[in-house]
Write a protein that binds this ligand. Structure first.
Ligand code: BF8
Length: 653
């Protein structure tokens, strides 16, 4: 019999709860309430925040305060620490117009931005590669417990890659599709097959601008090359490569991540579930799944249904195992399995502070390195699973496709064994969960429309739906948690604009009740009528952040049906609370694909008026779209509505 996988403690145990008594002593009830109201609109998060401030448990908002005032040079993109001649800051008023190497402010800002885009594109694409490798291993029979859930989609993708499907088994096709897609990352092929999904007009824009990506890895590596001292010296040229790199993410790495996740785990269908911290259950072993890759979380779901795990949970005194999602791996599970969501990025610490979570299982991306510190004040165990993302103070299980199911079971056994360690007086689960509807893949939207996009196109043409906006991205302490997302979505639907959302934006809308058909009462009369007729919400949850690629596919389908380029559609993108490099890559590939995109948080570009001008104006001449930055979501909605109306006029609608 094979030995059960065992965890290894990463570096050290954090057994001592670190309470910030100094800060605690400064807190009085009035100050706590003031901070709570400033920090979040999520009422279950508000409740837990009161608790953390009373108890002296540090959160992301506290650390943000402790970091103030932030460095104005860094904030404006004018600091550079890429080489050992520096670090440098560009301060013209002190006669420091150039860094030691001679780079001026434009170049320093542009290089920093390209670095940011490349990092985001790498994160999405490396996730995509992990999924594609799993498909290949599934075909080879070396991925324990994985299978093909959507053979039709596998066949369709094989067709796009020119791989024969006649008389071949799913496994044979999985091997060839896996290898074919792995080649998209970096070979001499010099083309990414999913780019052909874009309308011809959009592809022609890429070719004219010289920004058609050649392969996913190549553009990211070249970005790193270009930001090395003595390579890229033109800020315009650097930024054009940023657009190319981001397109390799959106139409390459991310799209592969989405499509192959669908092949392996199923293409999402419309489903109902619940969201907010209230999804935790006092009498169950609560396990939260945090990160991004469904390879791990899907296997945990399967393992949680195993009779041995259920029996162990009961033996430990619980009614069973309650899995709850966080961030994008939560979105993946919600979309496909209807697993309830505990919340988005800024809920990750608060989940632990309920005292009711036996284990938080993490893979990679958007995971606060300080989670084990938070957990040290409770009985929660942080379980890391990715070799790329070992977190100090966590229990690490090596999770690979070859040992997936056994590892998932071993992790759940650890969680169950931790149930008796719960400290009853520390348990507090706030509020009641909110109902939501999710699962709006492009295929599910088409099905809801009766099998064709025509009803949506008709509704846009006759003005019942004025346009559509993709609201995406994160939480950021510079914006009141969820306020940016929810306010923008409410403003847009009020003006008959359909919202499609991913990532933490979608979770915010879920918590605010906007993902239920009932929310149509907040919409304008046209959109309300369409929602009522179809039984859908005015805000559609399209998945995780890599699933922004679903938005690209939807836009491509609509544009092709109308015979136009994506840039001609009455649509826009928005990232009201973005923080991550991945979000910068998403925003860049939205713009590069022809989608006007409004950011709620200023990127680090204000140090270069030339770079700022290029991104918010000049780039329109290159890709027929541009960025705008507007922190107030009500004003952002006005900008978007005016843009959409302009596009409608150009289309003669
Ligand atoms: O990839 S929206 S905070 S969880 S980066 Fe992260 Fe931002 Fe959330 Fe998902 Ni996306």
């Amino acid at each position: 019999m094979e030995e059960m996988p065992k965890p290894v403690l990463v570096e050290k145990t954090l057994e001592t709860c670190e309470i910030d008594r100094a800060r605690m002593s400064l807190m009085n009830p009035a100050l706590i309430e003031e901070k709570v109201q400033e920090r979040t609109i999520d009422d279950t998060a508000q409740e837990m925040l009161r608790h953390t401030m009373r108890e002296g448990i540090e959160t992301v908002w506290d650390r943000y305060e402790m970091q103030q005032p932030s460095c104005t040079y860094c904030a404006s993109g004018l600091s550079c620490s890429r080489c050992a001649m520096g670090p440098c800051r560009i301060i013209p008023e002190h006669h420091r117009e150039r860094g030691v190497c001679g780079a001026d402010g434009d170049l320093v800002v542009a290089r920093n931005l390209l670095d940011t885009i490349a990092t985001g594109a790498a994160a999405h694409s490396d996730h995509g590669r992990d999924i594609v490798e799993t498909l290949y291993k599934t075909g080879k029979g070396t991925a324990q417990g994985y299978g093909i859930s959507d053979p039709e989609k596998l066949k369709r993708i094989a067709g796009e890659l020119g791989i024969s499907t006649d008389g071949r088994s799913d496994e044979e096709m999985a091997v060839d599709v896996g290898l074919g897609l792995l080649e998209e990352f970096g070979t001499v092929k010099n083309e990414i097959c999913f780019l052909k999904r874009a309308p011809e007009q959009t592809q022609a824009i890429w070719d004219a601008a010289g920004i058609r990506p050649r392969s996913v890895d190549r553009e990211i590596v070249e970005a790193m090359h270009r930001v090395h001292m003595g390579v890229g010296a033109s800020y315009v040229n650097i930024l054009l490569h940023g657009l190319r790199t981001s397109l390799g993410d959106g139409w390459g790495g991310s799209m592969m991540g989405t499509e192959i996740s669908d092949v392996l785990f199923g293409t999402p269908k419309i489903n109902q579930s619940q969201v907010n911290l209230g999804v935790l259950k006092e009498d169950y072993v609560n396990v939260s799944l945090h990160g991004h890759n469904p390879m791990l979380s899907e296997m945990i779901v399967r393992a949680s249904e195993d009779p041995e795990i259920q029996a162990l949970a009961k033996k430990a005194g619980a009614k069973g195992v309650n899995l709850v999602g966080l961030c994008c791996t939560g979105n993946e599970l919600l979309m496909r399995k209807g697993v309830p969501m505990a919340g988005n990025h800024f809920n990750q610490e608060l989940v632990i502070t309920t005292g009711a979570v036996e284990a938080m299982i993490i893979d990679y991306q958007c995971i606060f390195p300080s989670l084990p510190r938070t957990a040290s004040c409770y009985h929660t165990k942080i379980v890391s699973t990715s070799e790329k993302s070992k977190v100090v103070g966590s229990y690490y299980y090596e999770f690979k496709p070859g040992n997936a199911f056994e590892t998932a079971k071993a992790i759940l056994k650890m969680a169950v064994a931790n149930f008796p360690n719960r400290i009853p007086e520390k348990v507090y689960i706030p509020g009641k969960p909110v109902d939501l509807m999710a699962g709006f893949s492009v295929e599910a939207i088409q099905e809801a429309l009766g099998g064709t996009f025509q009803p949506l196109i008709d509704a846009i043409a006759d003005g019942r739906i004025r346009g559509a906006v993709g609201i995406v991205g994160c939480n950021n302490p510079k914006v009141k948690h969820d306020y940016g997302h929810v306010t923008l979505a409410k403003e847009l639907i009020k003006h008959d604009i359909l919202c499609v959302e991913t990532g933490c934006a979608a979770i915010a809308s879920g918590k605010a009740g906007l993902l239920m058909p009932d929310a149509a009462f907040l919409a304008g009369p046209g959109l309300r009528g369409v929602c009522k007729a179809l039984g859908i919400p005015p805000v559609l949850h399209m998945g995780s952040c890599v699933d922004c690629s679903r938005i690209l596919v939807l836009l491509a389908e609509l544009a092709k049906a109308l015979g136009v380029g994506i840039h001609q559609l009455p649509v826009a993108g928005a990232a009201p609370e973005w923080y991550s490099q991945k979000a910068v890559s998403i925003g860049s590939y939205f713009v590069a694909s022809g989608v006007y995109t409004v950011l709620g948080v200023m990127p680090k570009i204000t140090g270069s008026p030339n770079v700022a001008e290029l991104l918010t104006s000049g780039v329109h001449g290159v890709v027929q779209a541009k960025f705008a930055v507007e922190p107030d979501p009500v004003t952002a909605a006005k900008l978007i509505i005016s843009h959409i109306d302009g596009k409608r006029t150009e289309l003669g609608l």
